[in-house]
Design a protein around this ligand. Sequence first.
Ligand code: MG
Length: 161
Amino acid sequence: MDFRIGNGYDIHRLEEGRKLILGGVLIPHEKGFVAHSDGDALIHAIIDALLGALALGDIGTHFPDNDEKYKNIDSSILLKNVINLINNHNYEIVNIDTNIIAQKPKLAPYISKIVENLALLTNLNKNQISVKAKTNEKMDAVGECKAITTNCVVLLKKIKY
Ligand code: MG
């Protein structure tokens, strides 16, 4: 098979006094993610999409959240590990398309910085990475600013030698 598609989803609770990190970018906000790792829900969705594309399990099987090794870990490191795994299976990323659903803060000012950082982490061009942000129309936990959700679709193609 030359092409594989994967999708990923994540949700993290928000609490006051925590850091809000999305795509490796620290975003100023009064609330941040409650998580075992740094809580970067965008990178977590990308990781699950990458693993899903090759049917390699999920983020929890590769990086268990009860393992002290991963406490407060920078999710960028986990993403790099997973990209190495994908490459070792002879696949590379064609493109990544993501959504961040957050009632607050307004993410528009940070999108280009997030795309740039993800391009650096993944070794892709910026035009291969899409990050879109929307609110939840004030509905449910996301709309009430209690959580942020993310989702991601990736396309992989076989590396030709
Ligand atoms: Mg997560």
